[in-house]
Design a protein. Structure first.
Length: 148
């Protein structure tokens, strides 16, 4: 019987999606809810390490794949083998860092581009939801149609 590398394993995942642009572009377009005119056409890889540059109190984090597309939107793609309660917080932290990293002195906030975090978890983490795909926004708690 032939043996194959498991694409869910950290090093294999990084090798497949961190070095083959066409594969990560296809993955992003297949799984993210992007309209036809928003589809990713090309990407540029960015360092996977998000090194703090403001204070030593900031959390150091490494993501599996980090890239920007031709529209300057940033995409973070991660594989997590087991679910932990802190993983959801880490997803938000990494996306927030990518968003904040766009800022420059005197910059107009309107020029900030969206950051997408596509996270694969090899576990069921929301047992009360009968779905495998979860799409989150930052929304108003009462008027859920109001999205930031």
């Amino acid at each position: 019987m032939a043996k194959y590398l498991d694409p869910k394993a950290d090093l294999t995942f990084k090798k497949i999606f961190g070095e083959h642009r066409h594969l990560v572009i296809s993955l992003l377009n297949a799984l993210l809810p992007l309209k036809d005119d928003e589809r990713v056409e090309s990407i540029e890889y960015w360092p996977a390490e998000k090194i703090p540059d403001r204070t030593e109190a900031e959390k150091y984090s490494i993501v599996d794949v980090c890239c920007k597309d031709n529209k300057q939107r940033e995409f973070i793609v991660e594989m997590q083998m087991s679910w932990t309660d802190s993983f959801k917080n880490r997803v938000l932290l990494n996306a927030s860092k990518a968003y904040v990293a766009q800022t420059e002195k005197g910059m107009n906030y309107a020029s900030l581009q969206p950051v997408y975090a596509l996270n694969f978890v090899n576990a069921e983490f929301q047992k009360e939801v009968d779905d495998y795909y979860h799409y989150y926004h930052l929304v108003h708690d009462r008027y859920t149609d109001k999205v930031i």
